[in-house]
Design a protein around this ligand. Structure first.
Ligand code: FAD
Length: 814
């Protein structure tokens, strides 16, 4: 290879659709000094044997937008690159065969329209007119997405590769990456079967091999290979080339037209993992043996839907392995373990649908050192410690695969790989009737049943079975006192002579406060969007204790660590496992706490937003006077080994005040009433604190510089075009789950970021951003008449800008 380079700006590993798309977009962004290294031939991994369905709708607006970018690109790529792509926008049909699925589909249609995607609801007869070969005798309704389509995966990839070359990118086949060199926590070079290439950036697009490639440099890419099959028939009379793709989730199957015949595939509930001991070295352009015994489960349902399948001649049964992930979403972004090492992998059998958009987003992430917009559902930093164990990843991934087509119930929890991370209080709470949910491996009490045997959730789109139990916990917190086990909070310590200076730069609120002060703050990106939403407590002149949400552990650590200004002497340490968190909340919180500690708890000695070390049962407890429910309360951060002793003392002394356990569902209900924002919903990298109604937490009145300051100042001067508002519905039986469309004076202006029920106010509550290109202020919001679209129905609602239970703050601070 005479022209094999010894240096390049970016090296993309993998010549499947993701690597080629990333390289194509890097080339477009002017990164023409990019090379793609493919171990064998382009498409020879997984891409060559994909079925080629291209759907767009996901449960997140930005990921839906990303898939929409694929469609936009596929529309023009053939013309641009001069190669056929097999792209056709023939639309996608989705069937519902029972009342609950129909509710799900109607809710999806609302979500789709919220996100700007056309999705039409059809009667069974209308659906059948589009797909005459299908039997609709059991169909309740259907949805049609005219923007969906299908493509030829290999042709699309070759076109992307050609487009990349046209923009200067060089592609080397038969070139295996064998090692990666690093220096000072960053990528330095890749070693290949053809030689060494020094580079600034590595992008790992190695498909199901991405985990191995990551392991070369200690980067965790939590994906595993699973067998995935589809059958192809010979031509069937009546199958026309304009037939939409057809998804029949109640039968776990899909169909697509191919050369006059049909492709039939599905997502079985008992998937077969593959290559559990490693992928064979020579697995290129390879398929697995057809597994008819396993595929057989789809045949009867398929013939039931399309009787002509019963007579069709079978051409082939393709069995190909694909990489799947524990939550069914792909993995994108810069690895938290290593600078300038990016990942785009784990595409869960929608890599063709996602390829165009994911490659675009990844290329922009590389070129601009930041994601183009909030991509949290696919962000590599959403994972945590359980995901480092491949066996745990496999268990969870197989569950996620098996649920691909099952109804996505509200509040549904995973079952596999549990219990994994248990707080010291786990057994006490279990015996007390806790019904646990799981986040990042942590078992967390969602609510408490009367007995452990009754701690079971049934699934419904209606009022959940735990509604009344949560109401009791809610009421107990508002009227008496409850304890919440919040041990899963992520906790960091920032220490060093420059800890204050570093955090002053990273935090949007003023954390340069006296020892003993807690500050609630956002951390902003340079556009003013909120990356982190947490509390920073000063426990010594050179020590800050940082508490953030369970799911944000990896992300927030990464954000803070990477934004410590160069040269500053400040170290960030994860201390999550060292302390359990027992929160005691409610008007009697002080009474109970003072019965277990001699520390003064009166308002002067221990004011709101203060942190003190207090002694309880021989334990040095960090007590934080904060509230997330709008009541008087403390978070007790207890050395792990003392957690049980402190908990038992609180329950013992609290008995006379009617103390009870309470869980995360009650927290959710109370935070909605109080108007506390949730990260990933009302607070995200896409929204500034001004838009999220958190302008009060910005240190704009000081002259302290901070990351994102210029952007929020500019926005403040220019005015807002979207702003968070609270919506309530008078009818208590309406179920708000989030993503419902917001109509202002009949016009669509946004969708709910959160939805739930407030048990004190006794009504459904939602939050959502109201958008208007000409500006949104208080008067604009308050002057509108609002409705929400819930499962395709228009429901009148009320709007409010302040919290629903604010007067209680007087009691909180008393
Ligand atoms: C049966 C089946 C049906 C499917 N149907 C659909 C569908 O209808 N719609 C859809 O959207 N998706 C579908 N998919 C999924 C889709 O095929 C994948 O998501 C997509 O192809 C993944 O692309 P990729 O680029 O990530 O991986 P790959 O195509 O596997 O590319 C990764 C490349 O990296 C190379 N590589 C690995 N290690 C190294 C190394 N050390 N050095 C150099 N190169 C290396 C490999 O050789 C490989 O070519 C299907 C998948 C299967 C299995």
């Amino acid at each position: 290879m005479a022209d094999f380079p010894d240096r390049a700006r970016a090296v993309v590993i993998g010549g499947g659709i993701i690597g080629c798309s990333t390289a194509y977009h890097l080339g477009k962004l002017g990164w023409d000094d990019t090379v793609v290294l493919e171990r064998h031939k382009l498409t020879s991994g997984t891409t060559f044997h994909a079925a080629g369905l291209v759907g767009q709708l996901r449960s997140n607006a930005n990921i839906t937008q990303l898939l929409g970018e694929s469609v936009k690109l596929y529309e023009t790529l053939e013309h641009e690159a001069g190669l056929v792509t097999g792209w056709k926008r023939n639309g996608g049909l989705r069937l519902a065969c029972n009342a609950e699925r129909w509710t799900e589909v109607k809710r999806q249609a609302t979500v789709a329209r919220s996100f700007g995607i056309e999705m039409d609801l059809l009667t069974p007869t209308e659906a059948q007119q589009m797909w005459p070969l299908m039997d609709v005798s059991d169909v309740v309704g259907a949805a049609f997405l005219p923007g969906d389509g299908q493509a030829n995966p290999s042709d699309i990839t070759q076109s992307l590769a050609k487009g990349a070359r046209m923009n200067g990118v060089r592609i080397f086949e038969d070139t295996e990456v064998t090692g990666i060199e690093t220096e000072d926590g960053r990528v330095k070079a890749v070693n290949t079967s053809q030689g060494r290439i020094e580079c600034e950036v590595v992008v790992n697009c190695a498909g199901q091999w991405a985990r191995e490639v990551g392991q070369m440099v200690g980067v965790n890419v939590p994906l595993v290979s699973v067998e995935h099959q589809f059958m192809v028939t010979k031509p069937i009379e009546g199958v026309t080339s304009d037939l939409p793709t057809l998804r029949d989730p109640d039968r776990l199957i899909y169909f697509k037209e191919e050369v006059g015949g049909l492709v039939l595939g599905g997502y079985e509930s008992n998937p077969n993992p593959w290559a559990t001991d490693g992928i064979p070295r020579d697995f290129n352009f390879s398929l697995l043996d057809s597994n008819w015994d396993h595929f057989d489960q789809f045949l009867e349902p398929a013939i039931g839907r399309v009787p002509a399948m019963g007579e069709a001649d079978i051409q082939t049964l393709v069995n190909g392995p694909e990489s799947f992930t524990p939550d069914g979403n792909f993995i994108l972004g810069e690895a938290p373990e290593l600078g300038n090492f990016f990942v785009g992998a784990g595409f869960n059998a929608f890599g063709i649908a996602a390829g165009g958009g994911a490659g675009m987003a990844l290329a922009e992430w590389v070129a601009n050192a930041e994601q183009p917009y909030d991509l949290w559902p696919v962000d590599i930093r959403r994972f945590g410690s359980p995901h480092r164990d491949t066996e745990w990843v496999r268990k969870r991934t197989l569950e996620a695969y098996g649920k691909h087509y099952t109804i996505a119930w509200p509040h549904e929890e995973h079952e596999s790989g549990r219990p994994c991370r248990r707080s010291p209080l786990y057994e006490h709470l279990r015996v007390a009737g806790a019904c646990f949910g799981e986040k990042l491996g942590w078992e967390r009490a969602n609510w408490f049943a009367e007995s452990p045997e009754q701690a079971i959730e049934t699934h419904t789109f209606g009022r959940p079975s735990w509604f009344d139990r949560v109401a009791l916990e809610h009421q107990a917190t508002r009227e008496r006192v409850t304890v919440f086990d919040q041990s899963s909070f992520a906790k960091f310590m920032m220490v060093g002579p420059d800890a204050e200076a570093a955090l002053s730069w990273i935090c949007a609120n003023d954390i340069a406060k006296p020892v003993g002060t807690i500050v609630y703050t956002q951390m902003l990106n340079r556009h003013g969007g909120t990356e982190c939403d947490l509390t920073v407590s000063r426990i010594a002149h050179d020590r800050f204790y940082i508490t953030t949400g369970t799911g944000s552990a990896t992300h927030d650590f990464d954000w803070i660590a990477r934004n410590i200004p160069e040269g500053m002497n400040a170290q960030l340490v994860d201390v999550t496992s060292s302390r359990a968190v027992i929160s005691i909340m409610g008007p009697h919180a002080r009474d109970v706490l003072s019965a277990v500690t001699r520390a003064p708890l009166d308002n002067d000695s221990f004011p709101f937003a203060a942190i003190r070390e207090i002694a309880i049962e021989g334990a040095p407890v960090l007590a934080l006077r904060v509230t997330f429910v709008g009541e008087l309360g403390w978070e007790l951060h207890v050395p792990t080994e003392n957690a049980v002793g402190v908990y038992e003392a609180l329950m013992d002394k609290g008995a006379e005040f009617g103390i009870t356990n309470a869980g995360y569902r009650a927290i959710e209900s109370m935070r909605l009433e109080k108007g506390f924002r949730a990260w990933g919903a009302e607070v995200s990298p896409d929204y500034t604190p001004l838009e999220s109604g958190l302008g009060w937490a910005l240190k704009l009145k000081t002259d302290i510089p901070f990351l994102g300051r210029d952007a929020v100042e500019a926005q403040k001067a220019a005015g807002l075009t979207r702003r968070i508002a609270c919506f309530t519905v008078d009818d208590p039986d309406v179920i708000l789950l989030g993503k419902e469309t917001i109509l202002r004076n009949g016009e669509r202006v946004g969708w709910l970021s959160s939805g739930g029920f407030g048990h004190t106010v006794g009504c459904p509550i939602g939050y959502g951003f109201v958008r208007n290109a000409d500006g949104v202020d208080r008067a604009f919001i308050e002057s509108g008449d609002y409705e929400l679209i819930v499962a395709n129905e228009r429901i009148p609602c009320n709007v409010q800008l302040g919290p629903l239970v604010d007067p209680r703050m007087e009691r909180v601070k008393a």
